[in-house]
Design a protein around this ligand. Structure first.
Ligand SMILES: CC(C)(COP(=O)(O)OP(=O)(O)OC[C@H]1O[C@@H](n2cnc3c(N)ncnc32)[C@H](O)[C@@H]1OP(=O)(O)O)[C@@H](O)C(=O)NCCC(=O)NCCS
Length: 148
């Protein structure tokens, strides 16, 4: 994974983004990319990006930068993160978190949040590894916060 970068959705990469397949059993922890893109389409503060390795789409991340949101946890955070099954375990997820953190800092923010569902095969271990600390619970999910 030497050549990772973020890119906006385009007519050229959207099919690959929508077709991102997770490992069996992971689907219950994150919405399908098509659903996330639809939500981004109707959410002006949403920030959807694909992760490219060279020309290949290996991941999708949806962030949200909504500084005036009534719920503090939703003002600056990662909403969705999907890494392709065959690209997992090679730093794509960490790269996406770092890239969202860089964008958040560019916007003057100092804290990133994420919500995750607990369970076997879920993303909790990943988020703890990349620096999020459990800081609460919302809608039955754990809230993780990372100082950036
Ligand atoms: C969770 C997910 C995004 C991780 O992406 P990834 O590209 O495989 O993660 P990375 O390779 O960047 O891993 C970064 C570190 O976290 C660790 N890690 C990754 N997944 C882990 C897990 N489930 N449990 C514990 N540690 C984990 C890696 O070993 C790595 O550690 P290192 O830096 O010491 O080597 C990916 O598995 C995924 O898409 N899961 C299904 C969808 C999902 O749950 N998304 C989150 C919804 S909020």
């Amino acid at each position: 994974m030497a050549d990772l970068r973020l890119a906006e959705l385009t007519p050229e990469n959207i099919d690959a983004a929508v077709g991102l397949a997770l490992r069996p059993g992971q689907e219950k922890f994150v919405a399908p990319v098509a659903h996330s893109i639809a939500q981004a389409y109707v959410t002006p503060t949403a920030w959807p990006r694909v992760v490219l390795d060279g020309d290949d789409v290996v991941g999708f991340v949806l962030a949200n930068f909504d500084p005036d949101h009534e719920i503090e946890e939703f003002r600056c955070g990662i909403w969705r993160l999907n890494v392709a099954a065959d690209a997992q375990g090679r730093g794509v997820g960490r790269f996406a978190v770092d890239a969202v953190a860089a964008e958040a800092r560019r916007r003057g923010r100092s804290r990133l949040t994420v919500l995750w569902e607990n369970g076997t095969g879920g993303p909790e271990g990943f988020y703890l590894k990349v620096g999020f600390v459990p800081t609460g619970e919302l809608f039955g999910e754990t809230v993780g916060t990372k100082e950036i």
